[in-house]
Design a protein around this ligand. Sequence first.
Ligand code: WTA
Length: 651
Amino acid sequence: MTETADHPDAYPPSAEFAAAANVDAGIYERAAQDREAFWAEQADHLHWHERWNQVLDWTDAPVAKWFVGGRLNIAYNCVDRHVLEGRGDKVALHWEGEPGDSRTITYSDLLAEVSRAANYLTELGLTAGDRVAIYMPMIPETIVAMLACARLGLPHSLVFAGFSPTALRQRIDDAEARLVITVDGQWRRGNPAPLKEAVDEALLAKGDVPSSVEHVLVVRRVGTEVEWTEGRDLWWHETVAQADPVHEAQAFDAEHPLFILYTSGTTGKPKGILHTSGGYLTQTSYTHRVVFDHKPETDVYWCTADVGWVTGHSYIVYGPLANGATQVLYEGTPNFPDEHRHWQIIEKYGVTIYYTAPTLVRTFMKWGRQIPDAHDLSTIRVLGSVGEPINPEAWRWYRDVIGSGTAPIVDTWWQTETGAIMISPLPGITATKPGAAMTPVPGVTAAVVDEEGKTVRRGETEANGYLVLDQPWPSMLRGIWGDMERYRATYWDRFREQGWYFAGDGAKLDVNGDLWVLGRVDDVMNISGHRISTAEVESALVGHSGVAEAAVVGASDETTGQGIVAFVILTADATDTGSAMVDELKAEVARAISPIARPREIHVVPELPKTRSGKIMRRLLRDVAEGRELGDTSTLVDPQVFEAIRAGRSD
Ligand code: WTA
């Protein structure tokens, strides 16, 4: 590695940053020497009603038990504790609504709100173990609802508010939720978009088949008229807001389920990833403290993720609140009313830690540096990235323009399944490299291996490998809701002999042994940091009567990382075969899944490339979608098929 003044390959922290950092370099060795003692030390940052008697029980692998015998309450740790320790007046949330309204919520306020909600959910007859679906935008009540569920031991299942009624119903059914919490509507670029209506539609989606839902609890956000089902629907302001603001938290077992969060797999059916309590809170709070170098007294933290994704769960709700953070919560899009919005918010609240996704960084680059340059961003001292590999050009821009050329960037690799950050630089220690996630965080180990499970050699760029996690970690998933067989098959079968977790990502180690994550090696696409499976989009497409067969690939995209490209064969009775059909199909996918799954391109083709065993060769379709020369076509049944596909491409 060469270092030159204008293009250094590695960026060490400044001496001042390193000296003031929460942890020093010795932490890696301490963790490696005795991993369990290390994790016990991290768990001791939390309040336990009863301390555990065993750190890890791995005898039921691949289902781990962490902090066996320990009892705690997650909401007590995230809220009550701070108030009881005299920090009730500290701001928990600086909430910024899209239309420009704002609210300041202290830890005392949060305690009262969460207690009211817990009292009312109890009044509704919900008891520990019952599931609650939450279909809400970025407003404080969403966090209140999550914490109230956690307080009562009700596993919540957040469904991203951009998902369709069909997707919502699928998730409600799978978890058999008794309650849905939602809003009348959400603000989207100045317009109210209905959400309660989507819940109504979801609950009716299967005609006569009733759902498990008994009540729909509705927060009034936009003030539009909504249909009302007497007996089932309840207004938040008439119920929760009137409830008693005092509630005593009970302790739950460390392994009590905390939430289910659905994520795309390689089949059309989303997987309900199950997370539990003690280990999850230990690792989310620990990583939030060390990876962002978070200092609760002085930092103003902002994670721009939506609370409906895992990043929102772990780094807006549980990790930061367990650490008593003061944070920004923003309801809207980055360009409403204009592209200055994020920078205005940073200036207004003096944000010091900013955590976002590479796709947004690339969007900011496209809008131009004159926009952030018009603002004082000097308060920023740590920048974070998550969701996909960050390209070096975006990394450098992020550091120079948003981080004043000095803020360390933590490129954090993790997954819905891992629950918390696994691989990342530590900002006061690591000399970071643009585009590399670098090293597992202390307490975590990972390896890059080939098909046979042999460690790949450093610096061997040709022989990239698979990323595996070779030891259990506290915030690991405990299974797939209702389908433990799929849990084993998806993550543990690939390297069954070794007992490793297969992450589904490709990776390489450079000559220094630093780790670079290269992206998915399975049929999961990454669109603006959102995981969408090719199978899900394919099944939405063939759901249309005009489509006989569909194949979907993720093609590289300058802004969104990947874009969805579909190839479809139409049925004989498809009335339209041109651009109207393509538009209709795009709309159909958006309707069936979500606008985020809308294909960038759909090509109507006469045939799809298949192997002799009938498997669609996506690799070749990707070559076509990215305009490359075709790779090896020798295993195709009919190598001529591509001439037909190319001739028939209609953009
Ligand atoms: C990808 C988001 C490279 C990866 C927290 C992973 C990344 C998937 C990074 C999980 C990163 C996430 N560098 N790739 N820093 N972070 N990924 O479940 O492919 O929505 O498997 O969790 O995103 O996406 P998920």
